[in-house]
Design a protein around this ligand. Structure first.
Ligand SMILES: [Zn+2]
Length: 403
């Protein structure tokens, strides 16, 4: 067993909404957990190694509750590269491995993948756990569930009616998923539907929630228009993804059911900003119609005290696996009225709670797994600091050093 004590650290604590100065903490790299912590210098320094952080800023590793690791964010710009002619399963697997590396290099230490063609995220999770590939820890969903012809039907599981949903969810859990992803409404990147269309009916969503919760799995609902968000929250899903539009009644239902919202604001912003010449017009028009409403809806939810868990929808056009997670936090500060500390919480403790892993992740305290990032400057003063080069640790082991 190796015990490492990190000294002279400013450590982020969500209870204080800020950094505590002059801290030390000790990690046992066998269990990957923090075994001791305190102010100043540890009294009994029986450790194998001491690392001096020279008053740098340490916060929990970034968690991203909405990724698609098999997707290629530049795909839309590369129609002529021939990439679409390659075997999709092979090429998506290769990109998943690359995307995992990019995520960890940019401080993302845990992802919840919410929809993956061919169930690619299941073997990716196993390979990461066995240290065959680098990357964040992975919570899997396998293929997302959608109605016949619904959002994401090409890569998803098409099911219809309560019986098929029950069988499908049970099969997914048998395949090894940690979370169930349901397409409750239409969306942007699928032609012939709108974000306001209801797709799964409430009895279908309820059936999926019941089956998943029986096995202690979570449910994430893609729901954009208000009617769909309301339906998903009432049916008891754990997280609502996107939430373009919500009214006061929806807020009340979410409070009653303790629903988390995963905003994915950068998915909209990136298509709006970079997609003019490459993203299909039918998709970009939906972004133009909905982006202001979406950002206002997230601001309203945050102001009402609905817990927000950071998610980017990484893999959609121009929305990749590098600093987009940190940029999403910047959008929360600039467009959704959050303080920098609240934005940090969305990507750490709130994600951990939304993913039901807060007993082990999401904060730096004794007993927790030592996934953290180390920055030269203070992100409370400027949230953009998180986008700069940083050291990344998983289980107390450095997995990326700034260049
Ligand atoms: Zn998504």
């Amino acid at each position: 067993m190796t015990k490492i004590t990190f000294i002279n650290a400013n450590i982020y604590q969500h209870e204080q909404q800020g950094f505590q100065p002059q801290q030390y903490f000790t990690v046992d790299t066998d269990t990957q957990r923090i075994t001791a912590m305190g102010q100043g210098v540890p009294s009994e320094a029986i450790v194998d190694q001491i690392v001096d952080f020279h008053n740098q800023y340490v916060m929990p590793g970034i968690m991203n509750a909405h990724t698609h690791i098999n997707m290629i964010p530049t795909y839309w710009a590369e129609q002529e590269s021939g990439i679409e002619d390659a075997d999709p399963k092979a090429i998506q697997t290769m990109f998943a491995i690359k995307n995992m590396q990019d995520l960890i290099n940019h401080g993302v230490t845990y992802i919840r993948n919410v929809g993956s063609a061919y169930d690619i995220d299941i073997p990716i999770k196993i390979m990461q756990q066995q240290k065959m590939i680098a990357g964040p820890r992975v919570m899997t969903s396998g293929k997302a569930f959608t109605m016949t012809g619904g959002h994401g039907d090409k890569a998803g599981n098409e099911v219809n009616g309560v019986d098929e949903i029950i069988k499908g969810v049970r099969q997914s859990m048998k395949n090894g998923v940690d979370n169930i992803k349901l397409m409750v409404t239409g969306g942007v990147l699928h032609n012939g539907e709108t974000p306001d269309d209801i797709q799964f009916n409430e009895d279908e969503v309820k059936a999926a929630v019941r089956e998943a919760h029986h096995k202690n799995k979570t449910v994430a609902a893609h729901a954009q228009g208000n009617a769909g968000v309301k339906e998903a929250a009432r049916a008891g899903v754990d997280t609502v993804e996107h939430a373009f539009d919500i009214d006061d009644e929806t807020i009340d239902i979410m409070k009653e059911h303790k629903t988390f919202v995963v905003p994915t604001m950068n998915a909209m912003y990136a298509i709006y900003k970079y997609g003019e010449d490459t993203v299909a017009d039918w998709a970009r028009q939906k972004v133009i119609i909905n982006i202001k409403k979406h950002f206002a809806s997230i601001k309203k939810a945050a102001a009402a005290g609905i817990p927000i868990a950071m998610g980017t929808d990484a893999g959609t056009p121009y929305n990749g696996f590098e600093n987009e997670s940190a940029y999403e936090m910047q959008l929360y500060v600039e467009k959704a009225g959050m303080t920098p500390a609240q934005a940090i919480d969305t990507a750490t403790i709130n994600c951990a709670k939304a993913m039901h892993v807060s007993q082990d992740y999401g904060e730096i305290s004794v007993g927790k797994v030592a996934d953290f990032i180390v920055m030269k400057d203070n992100p409370i003063q400027d949230i953009k600091v998180i986008q700069k080069e940083k050291a990344v640790y998983q289980g107390g082991v450095c997995v990326h050093q700034p260049a």
